[in-house]
Every structure is written in C-alpha cells, then in structure tokens.
Design a protein around this ligand. Structure first.
Ligand code: J2J
Length: 537
C-alpha cells in the first residue's frame, strides 16, 4: 500500500538520480546520521527543555513502534496539529519511521480546515494538543471520527489519560520488535499545505527523495554546520522554516534548533541572547517588528549571523536596514511548498541581496517566464513563473481538475507569481496572477472565504480583495452584496467564526455594495474593487 501521487517521468527521475539529487534514502536518514555521529549533541531547545539527537531518536522510535504494533504503516496517513514544540519533530520522525504520511496542519487552523484535511487524507491517526481549544474536550474528535471512519487512534500532547497521552506513547520504551520502516524513498513521505487559490485547500504530496534533496542543497547554500543555532519562530509546519533549510536542514547539519512560539521580538530577542542563536527565518512583517525592537535591544542580537526573509513581498528599504539593525547578513528566500526555492547566496553582492529574491537551488530547476498567452518573455520583463525540477511536485493530491489548470502537459507548475528574471538568473517577485491574499506570509484563498460568506442567508454575493497594510503587507476586505439590508459586519464575522475558520482568514474589513463590478467576460472585477478601496467608504 502507498499513498497515490503524480510521479516524475522515468527519464527525469533517472536524471535526478544520476546527478546525485535523489539518494533513495528515507528522510529519517537525517536523524540517523546524527545519532551515529553525535547522539549527545543538542538537537532542540524548547522552553526549559533540551533534547539531544539521541533523545529525538529514542522518543520517535518508541512512538513508531507503538503505532506499528497497532497495525499502522505504509499507505496510512495522520493528521497532526501541534504548536511550535520539540514534540512536533519527535512526531514527524516517528511517523516517517513507521511509514505513515503526516499532514502537519498549522496550529492556527480550526475546525473547518481540519475537517477538510481529514476528508481528503482520511487519516487513521490524529495527534493534537489539549491546550488547543479544538481539543479541550472530545466533541471535535467525535465529529472527525464520524467524518473519517478510519480514524481509530487519537493521541494528545498534554493528555492526562494514559491511553491517549502522546507523552506516554513516546516515553514508554519500545519492545524488542522494532518492525517499523519508512516508505520507499520515491513514495510520499508527507503532505505539505498549499497556500491555494481554490475553495478547498489543496495538499502537496512530497516524497522522501525530492524533499531530502531540497533540504540538503539548502543547508549547503546557507552554510549550516554543527555550530548552527537556528531560531524556529514561524509556524513549524511551514515549508520555509521546515526545509529552506529550516529545522530539517539544521538536523541534517548536526546543529541545534531553538523553538519560539511566534516571531514576537519580546520573546525571540531573549531566546537569541540566551542560546547564542546565529540564524533565523522570518516573514517580512516580523522583520518590521524586529527592526522597531532592535532600536532599543540590538545588544541581544550579537550572535546573529544570518537572517533569512521570505514568504511575502519584502520592501527594498527594509532589506537595506537589516544588516545594520541586526548586525548580520540578509538572505532573501522566495519559495513555495510545491517545490521551487530561490535564495540570494551568501557571497552575493549587497545590491543583489537587497533587490532580488534570489536564484533557484538547482541547476536542474527549469524556469520559464511567460506572457499571458504562454510565450516566453525576455529577461527584464515581468511574466508568469512556471517551473519543474527535482523537488517540484507534479500534481496536488487527488485533484485532477485543479492540476489540469496549474500544471501544463510538460509538467511545469504555474505558481501564479509575476516575476522578472535578470541575466544572471536571479528573480524578483513583482506581482501575482493567482486569486490569493498574502497576509503577512499566511496565504488566504479568496474563493474559500467568498464561498463561506455566501453561505450566510443574508448574503447574495461576496468578493475578497487585498488591502495594502503597512505591517502585514496585505490585509483582506470583503465586498458583500447583501439581500438583508440590516446585515452588519459583526454578524458576518460571527457567521465565519461559527463555521470554524482560522482567524487569519477572517476579513479585516467588510464593505456592503449594491452590486459587484464585472469584467468584459463576466468575472468579478477585482481590480475595480481594489480601486474602490482607495475611495472613502
Ligand atoms: C514575494 N512572495 C513570496 C518572496 C514566497 C521558502 C520561503 C517561502 C515559502 C512560502 C516557502 C516570497 N517574495 N520572497 O515554501 O520554502 C509567495 C509567492 C509564492 C507563495 C508560496 C519556502 N516567498 N512568496 O512562502 O507555499 O506568492 O511558501 O508562490 O507558503 O508565497 O507560499 P508558501
């Protein structure tokens, strides 16, 4: 049994192997390598706790063994909902060891997202945290079980009850029979989340081979080694802090990860000082907060050597401030959970680091920049980004119709970004053609929220557009055509909250209008709506 996905064509797979990108080893080799070399070295600092590589190995093997005993293994999936704590990685490696493909939901995801994920992957295992209101009692678990009948095993971090306590399952020594094993390296290792632009969030199947290559190559580009101390302050499941080179890159290099609950400088600066953190990955909105805080507190940042910024548009003026304000180098990162990641290089000239979002990881990342009618545009002109390569997926999970719209016949993925390429192959992100809002790095698929608003009986039509925001880059505004003239924003907020949607997706503003403007082909004219935002309400 294995999780179905769209494979790379044989010739390309052979090429990726011949070039040494695909090693045919499971992702668990990242941990195995350190356990052999330096089991006593610190892998994770989490609050007052420290986990060595040996600890992560032991705890994850215990859990893997118990899950295997339960009959869980290859072909099975798990829905995981954990905050930024060390157990996130213990669980991740345990599931990989047992051949169970996890989907790591964001901790901010709520009932609606979790249900949609469960419907898609039909998990046999759920791992949550009692501290999250979703799992304060068993009501939501019972709903999930009703929706996905295969869901038999449920474990909780912070669970009091031994049979369902994650700590009990990781803490109890495994028996002699360690008969669990990862899936084959060219099979799905886990699911990554897509930012998406559609009504239901799409899932991205990542294989061991492709993901491991992106992690190894990223660790090399970023110069990680055993001395690296990386601050993980973005949500741990995000592709950026997980793999670019992120926590997995740090484990690959034998360094240490310092967990932060979020990027708040009041928390992060103390962690940096206390642990001698030398590297952090941030979204632009977090950099804005850090720049403010560094005016008073730069003394705490002495150990920082590299700050990576990515996930959303980063203004050149802020980019230029980073080196002096934080006393470190800047690296821009433009990536996507579907695959392709671009970095400015550590030895690039400052101008390039300040003004571009980097170039691809691999010589075998194929990039096309295309006009709206699909023709290549010359360097220096904006066009749509299309890409394929050794770690860019060939399709979303069980989404043939959507795949037909964002992958072409040659397997190129259309990211929906407008970019400009220069003669040296560096990319600059200048806009977007996908209908998505990038709220401080968190992606919102407008269609998802529009559909939810339209489920309110007092609403005829809704359209979600981006508003510029000085801190987050973008916020969201919902234009609503109401059938009930008395409808108020508060009622719509309550409606969305009652549907169980994550807070970051709730519209920041509502505007009631008599009708939505249309384009000549009859689609909602979002440009006109954005222009209307510039006028007083
Ligand atoms: C502008 N837009 C950017 C950037 C991503 C590393 C870094 C980021 C992500 C990520 C990632 C941007 N400037 N520097 O997975 O491994 C927008 C683009 C892109 C989308 C992908 C990684 N960096 N973006 O952000 O899957 O629109 O991945 O297509 O969350 O974020 O979002 P996501």
């Amino acid at each position: 049994m294995s999780v179905p996905f769209q494979r790379w064509p044989d010739e390309l797979a052979a090429h990726y192997r011949a070039r040494g990108y695909w090693l045919d080893l499971p992702l668990t080799r990242i941990l195995d390598a350190q356990v052999l070399r330096r089991p006593e070295a610190p892998a994770i600092f989490c609050g007052e706790r420290m986990f060595t590589y040996g600890d992560v190995e032991r705890l994850s093997s215990n859990l893997a063994a118990r899950l295997a005993e339960r009959g869980l293994g290859a072909g099975d999936t798990a829905l995981v909902h954990l905050p930024n704590v060390a157990e996130f990685y213990v669980v991740f490696f345990a599931l990989l060891k047992a051949g169970i493909a996890p989907l790591n939901a964001l901790f901010s995801h709520r009932r609606l997202e979790m249900t949609a994920y469960a419907e898609q992957i039909r998990p046999r295992l759920l791992i949550g945290a009692r501290q999250n209101p979703l799992f304060g009692d068993d009501r939501f678990v019972d709903m999930l079980k009703a929706a996905s009948p295969g869901l038999e095993t449920v474990l909780f971090l912070g669970g009091e009850d031994a049979p369902t306590s994650l700590e009990a399952w990781t803490g109890e020594p495994a028996g002699e029979d360690l008969s669990f094993r990862p899936t084959a390296a060219d099979e799905v290792a886990f699911f990554q989340l897509s930012g998406g632009s559609t009504g239901t969030p799409k899932l991205i199947p990542r294989t061991h081979n492709d993901y491991d290559y992106s992690v190894r190559a990223s660790a090399e580009i970023c110069g990680l080694d055993e001395t690296t101390r990386f601050l993980c302050a973005l949500p741990a499941p995000h592709n950026f802090p997980l793999s670019s080179p992120g926590t997995l890159g740090v484990f690959h290099a034998g360094g240490s990860v310092v967990m932060a609950p979020n990027p708040d400088p009041a928390i992060c600066f103390d962690l940096i000082e206390r642990h001698g953190v030398d590297m952090a990955a941030l979204v632009p909105s977090a950099v804005t907060l850090w720049l403010q805080a560094a005016k008073a507190d730069a003394g705490k940042l002495k150990s920082l050597k590299l700050v990576q910024v990515g996930g959303a548009n980063f203004s050149e003026s802020h980019a230029r401030q980073v080196p002096d304000a934080f006393g470190c180098r800047l690296q821009q990162v433009f990536g996507m959970a579907e695959g392709l990641v671009n970095y400015t290089r550590l030895d690039d000239a400052d101008e390039r680091v300040f003004t571009t979002q980097g170039r691809p990881i691999s010589e075998d990342d194929e990039i096309r920049i295309l006009s709206e009618d699909g023709r290549p545009v010359p360097n220096g002109s904006p066009g749509m980004l299309a890409t394929r390569g050794p770690y860019t997926v060939r399709g979303y999970f069980e989404a043939p119709e959507h795949n037909a719209t964002v992958f072409d016949a040659e397997g190129f993925y259309y990211s929906g970004d407008l970019v400009i390429r220069d003669a040296a192959g560096y990319l600059k992100v200048v806009g977007r053609v996908k209908d998505q809002i990038n709220r401080g790095g968190e992606k919102i698929a407008t269609e998802e929220i529009e559909n939810l608003i339209q489920r309110h009986p007092g609403v005829r039509l809704a359209a979600l557009v981006a508003i510029d925001d000085p801190l987050l880059g973008e916020k969201s505004c919902a234009f609503v055509v109401a059938s009930d003239p008395a409808l108020k924003p508060l009622a719509l907020r309550r409606h969305l909250a009652a549907l169980g949607v994550a807070d970051y997706k709730l519209p920041d503003r509502f505007r009631f209008v008599d009708a939505l403007p249309l384009t000549p082909i009859g689609k909602t004219d979002k440009k006109a709506l954005r222009a209307a935002l510039a006028e007083p309400a």
